[in-house]
Design a protein around this ligand. Structure first.
Ligand SMILES: [Fe+2]
Ligand SMILES: [Fe+2]
Length: 284
């Protein structure tokens, strides 16, 4: 995870909030996707300059974040099958990734608004930078969709991405286990193949964006793993068996192989955490 926001200053600077709690809820309740993403980066900038107080007075995060009128949100069952190849297939892939990044912005700021008040300042600090990077990822993908003569919102998007956040809204360790350590770690497994495929068809620009995202996401998994370990240690819990129990309770289904062991190791996620959660027929 980089500790500075690397893109140009966003157009919504200065931000309209003076505390981190207000800023986190403000981003969650912003419906417009582009504005949400720029605000996430602007909050990262403001935090790094010491312009936001570490306060959470009267902070009440919504159960679900505000969403723009488009894309149309559909259940997983009603999503159109993504075409494997061609320009339309690539557009659909980048659109789906942009939608994931939009949700990731909200996941980062929900982590702060919901769990930041009970944790040391360093915890929120990490998630401000995660959130700013998710904003950067959304903007990179959204700009790329525009270059490909379309926009975020042109295709239907999956409505189930907030389910993991909702089901873990009252369990901090479950949130860390399921969101950064399962879902974001899964991103590390699948992204290298997407990059290779984009390069194979000559779309080096999109591949370059995914490489940036891939490197940043290792930091997000690492932050989740680090806080999971320190919190289980503080509570006197065994981190590995606690992780297994929480994932089996809060995550539907088995983890999918193949795992990107090298990237997961770089993020500090031990094999003994995720390997026993793979489907039995799928295990080594
Ligand atoms: Fe991301
Ligand atoms: Fe992430």
């Amino acid at each position: 995870m980089t500790q500075t926001v690397s893109t140009a200053p966003p157009p919504f600077d200065p931000i309209p909030w003076s505390t981190l709690g207000e800023a986190a809820v403000g981003i969650l309740t912003t419906a417009d996707a582009e504005r949400k993403a720029h605000l996430a980066q602007a909050v990262g900038n403001a935090w790094s300059k010491g312009l936001l107080a570490f306060e959470f007075d009267d902070v009440c995060p919504p159960d679900r974040p505000a969403r723009p009128p488009l894309p149309e949100l559909r259940s997983h069952r009603d999503m159109p099958r993504r075409r494997a190849g061609g320009e339309k297939g690539r557009f659909a892939l980048l659109h789906a990734l942009a939608h994931i990044e939009l949700n990731a912005i909200d996941l980062a700021f929900d982590m702060i608004a919901r769990f930041g008040p009970g944790m040391p300042r360093a915890f929120s600090h990490d998630w401000v930078y995660v959130g700013a990077e998710e904003g950067k990822h959304f903007n990179l993908l959204s700009d790329r969709l525009n270059t490909l003569s379309g926009a975020y919102g042109d295709l239907p998007a999956h409505d189930g991405l907030w389910d993991a956040a909702y089901s873990t809204k009252e369990n901090f360790l479950a949130r860390l286990a399921v969101v950064p350590m399962v879902l974001e770690a899964r991103g590390l497994d699948v992204t290298p193949a997407m990059i290779k495929k984009l390069e194979t068809v000559g779309d080096d620009e999109s591949a370059a964006l995914l490489k940036i995202i891939y490197e940043d996401e290792k930091g997000h998994v690492a932050a989740g793993t680090r806080w999971f370990s320190s919190e289980t240690e503080r509570l006197g819990l065994d981190p590995r068996t606690t992780f297994h129990d929480l994932v089996r309770t809060y995550f539907r289904g088995d983890l999918k192989r193949p795992f990107n062991d090298a990237a997961r190791a770089a993020a500090g996620l031990p094999v003994s955490f995720y390997e026993p959660l793979a489907a039995p027929s799928d295990r080594k």
